[in-house]
Design a protein around this ligand. Structure first.
Ligand code: SAJ
Length: 419
């Protein structure tokens, strides 16, 4: 079978590579011309373990090509839609990329094609997109073509492993659609595959990320309480988690990435009522960078540094450890939150371009360091040595990286009530 993948981003590209290496002829459609050129010359535009080798393999065997030309994707057997579904500023879903992709598919597909939406979407969207295809092309979903929602569930940094071994949910607009998609994914997937209807699978995907977001919000609220009571929340959580039915998540400076900050809003977006809990959890997580700002401001005050004279270094810009992904990163929200208040904000990240190339250069003459990302590189730093580069020694830990406060520092750790 011939497969067209619409959108060659964090999900589309790895998925296209997997199908190509499973023996399909895959053409990736991407509107960003520079990405298409890069890929066709064998270079990935995203960083992910194993991606370079697997991409070369797919291209060398002639199984994978990228294009910006709609004519190249006409009449394919399968269309996989992997475009982003971001939020607008008012937190409502922006489905324009999805609709554009569906229009492209409607124009180029044939009778009998299988249309798969991998993007995370609000409940009932697959049915709506089926109707859009019907309007544009006159084909009826489930009758003239097959259609499913098959959400990706992979974690950046482990994409190629998780694509193979995670279980998958396939939600069909008809049973036949789901059965056909199952056969397709079986070409490389070794995990279990569960079939259901498309609205259920849309909800399942959103529930998974909302579950994580709400649980992190609870952990964050515990951390805020710990500051009131002078308790180290990380010790408390470790002890609570010795209970066989308790598994508290990890508090921190915030929740970033492309999914967790957005998916709870997608889940709520088509509902007639707002029940409160999910929305509240989002607000707690969105406020965490500001709580880290309070810690910084308190520390500056303790040693009488006026904020407007302070040089602050943010360590880590990525949304999570050992990643180069800065989408919705709480580190950036933290920078935004303090930049009007302090003299200078510097940044260093081993994987993302910050203001300085090395940690030492960034810290030289600075007043405060704030750890915003749990990169491995930050775990074994010799703070007593690094401190000698700084003008004043304030260390704020937003990620529980520094277990024992270094000597000579004003140290404040998020959730570390005793300091
Ligand atoms: N975080 C915490 N405390 C925790 C766990 C995470 O503060 O206990 C923060 C991280 O630092 C990060 C953010 O949450 O800023 C999100 O990180 P993550 O590791 O929880 O998740 P993602 O966004 O990398 O991937 C998630 C995964 N979903 C779930 O685990 C339910 C992944 O399986 C999904 O495929 C992915 O979202 C997606 O694409 O939807």
């Amino acid at each position: 079978a011939e497969i067209a993948v619409i959108g060659l981003g964090y999900i589309g590209l790895p998925t296209a590579i997997m199908f190509a290496n499973a023996g399909f002829n895959v053409i990736g459609y991407e509107i960003r011309k520079e990405v298409v050129e890069k890929l066709n010359s064998g270079n990935s535009h995203i960083i992910e373990p194993e991606i370079d080798d697997l991409l070369h393999k797919a291209i060398d065997r002639g199984r994978l090509k990228a294009t910006s030309n709609k004519d190249d994707i006409r009449g394919k057997d399968v269309y996989l839609i992997c475009v982003q579904t971001p939020l607008r500023d008012d937190k409502t879903p922006d489905l324009t990329y999805l609709e554009e992709a569906v229009r492209t598919v409607a124009e180029t597909m044939k009778k009998g094609s299988l249309v798969v939406i991998e993007s995370t979407i609000p409940p009932m969207t697959t049915l709506k997109m089926g109707r859009l295809i019907e309007e544009i092309r006159g084909f009826k979903a489930g009758v003239d073509f097959y259609m499913v929602h098959a959400p990706e569930r992979v974690m950046p940094g482990r994409i190629f492993k998780e694509l193979v071994y995670n279980s998958r949910i396939i939600g069909g607009v008809t049973e036949e659609s789901a059965e056909l998609a199952e056969i397709l994914y079986r070409s490389f997937a070794k995990g279990q595959i569960f079939r259901t209807n498309s609205t259920t699978s849309e909800m399942v995907k959103l529930m998974e990320n909302t579950f994580r977001d709400v649980n992190i919000a609870l952990a964050n609220e515990f951390a805020l309480l710990a500051h009131q009571y002078g308790v180290n929340i990380f010790e408390a959580i470790e002890l609570a988690n010795t209970h066989p039915r308790v598994k508290i998540h990890t508090p921190g400076i915030g929740v970033g990435g492309h999914c967790l900050p957005k998916d709870p809003y997608l889940l709520l977006s088509s509902a007639k009522e707002d029940f409160g809990l999910i929305q509240k959890a989002r607000e707690i997580n969105e406020d965490m960078p500001l709580f880290a700002k309070d810690l910084l401001m308190n520390a500056l005050k303790m040693i009488n540094i006026p904020p407007e004279e302070a040089i602050v270094v943010v360590l880590g810009l990525a949304y999570k450890g050992d990643s180069d992904d800065i989408r919705n990163s709480p580190a950036l929200a933290f920078v935004e939150g303090i930049k009007e208040d302090v003299k200078e904000v510097r940044s260093y990240d081993p994987y993302v371009k910050g203001t300085h190339e090395t940690l030492e250069e960034a810290l030289k003459g600075a007043d405060a360091a704030v750890i915003a990302t749990d990169h491995s590189q930050f775990k074994n730093l010799d703070w007593e040595k690094i401190g000698s580069l700084m003008r004043n020694k304030i260390l704020i830990d937003g990620r529980y990286i520094v277990k024992t406060p270094p000597k000579g520092f004003v140290f404040k750790g998020l959730g570390r009530g005793e300091y």
